[in-house]
Design a protein around this ligand. Structure first.
Ligand code: PEP
Ligand code: MG
Length: 587
């Protein structure tokens, strides 16, 4: 077995050691989770039942064929019945469920992929084309399965041994990443994607070691190869030597020990050495993430990326979450945070976050009908969401955050829509917090350069550095080919941050950062020295950021940061930022 390493971009820290599990695009289209030992036979029966239903369906179609139907039609159905009964299709997936504990849909597409690969190698074009028939039959079975799918319990302890799979795929959409929430993958490797793509952000919030942008990993890595992901460097080792495995397992244990040490800081108040209080908030994708935020002692939710609720419901307009479903999700988050504020960002769909079933025709989706622009184009959808958020505000502190604002008329139009939603609720006799705070995301350079527009009309600002960097440096954050140019320490980015924090301080309105820079512990001192006192990040990063805050002496750090901001030499800036740590105490 050849041993080699591949270099990509690190996404979330930690080391994963496991066997490769290759996912094809077809496999990504269905739910995949591992079933517990005790559920295996029930899952086998679920697949057998689906086969039986399709068998019956095909028989009925065959029997009801009109007398004058073309003869090929009968032959065609005969072929489908034959395919359905072939052990390669009817038996093999059952073995996959039993041996690998895959759910039925996943086991079926895994086998289909295998069969299609075999068919691709057949010379005879007639036989080669039969793969379309296999797909059609499989799709019928999948339809029955998904129609009758039951939610199985999350994997239990008996899945421990199988929790060592590392997913390898060409690409994984943010919506597909949602599927990985409830099961046991230990790492993720993709060919494409940048460090701050939304796929990467979900991996980070799941706290799974991941590396992206490895170009052709999915072609070079084979099913069941042993892999090590070093989530700090983005390096993936394929079929490593025993010595290397031992070394990385040691590092894994060391990281575990460090995490344990950090967990002691959960209840420690977040105060710098000189007594300045800093607020650390968590970013979430779904209400269930609040548990992790509470677990690390977050002061609240600084960013609830509400679009993930919509992606979870992906499909068609009729399956988008209703006002009641959204209200329920927002209220659950509010309840879970027990009186701590929950900042709900309105729908930020577009760019790399797509709703399945909705065609994206934009030539450049990152510059297209994204976020507030999309909401303005879909006023009913926006009003529905605004009402749901407002209603949740009757149950605890909620703040409303608007993404991707760049024009002042977008601010006034948004405020008018919020007032319209309030009026609708008053008319319907529904309660909400009349003083609900409304904030703007500063993530387009135009917004940072025209701050009075936002400060004048809104209650708070939150800087989305992921997009601010993308739009300032003209680098698509999901494109691995330009990922090396994505630089949070670029003088232009620092300048926009400094301008925003200064303008907010002058106007006495709160400003936070909720983009990736807030969760990067290497940048915490820089941000504190710039004047930021509120940072929002994935829960998994909160305690290492807290450790930096606790060791920070602002009186020493602030003048050094001023010097950094005066420099226009990128190399010197980077060096000075790394030296800031020398001005801190070890906690
Ligand atoms: C950002 O752009 O920094 C941000 C927080 O929003 P998102 O990453 O969801 O685009
Ligand atoms: Mg953004």
């Amino acid at each position: 077995m050849a041993s080699f390493s591949l270099h990509g971009f690190p996404v979330s820290r930690g080391i994963a050691v496991g066997r490769a599990h290759l996912l094809t695009p077809a496999a990504l289209d269905v739910k995949h989770y591992l079933v517990g030992q005790t559920q295996v036979e029930a899952e086998v029966r679920r697949l057998q039942n689906a086969f039986a239903v399709v068998h019956q369906e095909l028989r009925t179609i065959w029997e009801e064929l009109p007398a004058d139907a073309p003869a090929e039609l009968g032959a065609f159905i005969d072929i489908h019945i034959l395919i359905l009964s072939d052990p390669m299709l009817a038996e093999e997936p059952l073995d996959i469920i039993r041996s690998r504990h895959y759910n039925a849909e996943w086991a079926l597409v895994t086998q289909i992929d295998e069969l299609i690969d075999q068919f691709n190698e057949i010379e005879d074009p007639y036989l080669r084309d039969r793969k379309a028939d296999i797909w059609q039959v499989a799709e019928r079975v999948l339809k029955v399965l998904t129609g009758t799918a039951q939610i199985l319990p999350a994997p239990g302890d008996d899945d421990e041994a199988q929790a060592r799979l590392i997913v390898v795929a060409h690409d994984i959409s943010p919506a597909d990443m949602l599927q990985f929430r409830n099961h046991a993958f230990s790492g993720i490797v993709t060919d494409v994607g940048g460090q701050n793509s939304h796929t990467a952000l979900v991996a980070r919030s799941l706290d799974i070691p991941a590396a992206v942008g490895l170009s052709n990993a999915s072609l070079l890595i084979r099913q069941d190869d042993w892999l090590i992901i070093d989530g700090t460097t983005g390096v993936v080792m394929v079929n490593p030597s025993q010595m290397m495995l031992d070394e990385y397992r040691d590092t894994q244990a060391k990281i575990q020990r460090e995490r344990k040490k950090l967990s002691k800081l959960k209840k420690t108040p977040t105060v710098t050495l000189d007594g300045t209080v800093v607020t650390l908030l968590a970013n979430i994708e779904l209400p269930e993430d609040c548990a992790a935020a509470m677990e690390v002692g977050a002061n609240g939710i600084g960013l609830f990326r509400s679009e993930f609720l919509f992606m979870e419901h992906s499909g068609h307009a009729s399956t988008l979450p209703s006002e009641e479903q959204q209200f329920d999700a927002y209220r659950r988050a509010v309840g879970a945070m027990k009186g701590r504020p929950v900042t709900i960002r309105t729908l930020d769909i577009g760019a790399d976050k797509r709703l399945a079933g909705f065609e994206q025709s934009a030539i450049n989706p990152a510059l297209g009908l994204r976020a507030i622009r999309y909401c303005m184009a879909e006023p009913q959808l926006f009003l529905t969401q605004l009402r749901a958020i407002l209603r949740a505000s009757a149950f605890g502190p909620v703040k409303l955050l608007i993404p991707m604002l760049s024009h002042s008329f977008e601010v006034t139009q948004t405020l008018a829509m919020i007032n319209q939603a309030k009026a609708q609720l008053i008319k319907a006799g529904q309660k909400f917090d009349a003083d609900l705070q409304i904030g703007a995301m500063i993530e387009v350079p135009a917004a940072a350069l025209t701050l009075p527009t936002f400060i004048r009309h809104l209650d708070f600002l939150s800087i989305g550095t992921n997009d601010l960097i993308q739009y300032t440096l003209a680098i698509d954050r999901s494109d691995h080919e330009v990922a090396h140019l994505y630089d949070p320490m670029h003088p232009a980015v620092l300048m926009l941050l400094a301008m925003t924090v200064a303008a907010a301080a002058k106007a006495d309105i709160p400003v936070s950062i909720c983009g990736g820079m807030a969760g990067d512990a290497k940048l915490t001192l820089l941000l504190l020295g710039m004047g930021f006192r509120e940072l929002s990040m994935p829960a998994a990063q909160l305690l290492s950021v807290k450790q930096e805050v606790l060791g920070c002496d602002l009186e020493r750090v602030t003048p050094l940061v001023r010097k950094i901001l005066r420099s226009d030499d990128p190399a010197a800036i980077k060096q000075m930022i790394s030296q800031l740590a020398d001005a801190t105490a070890v906690v």
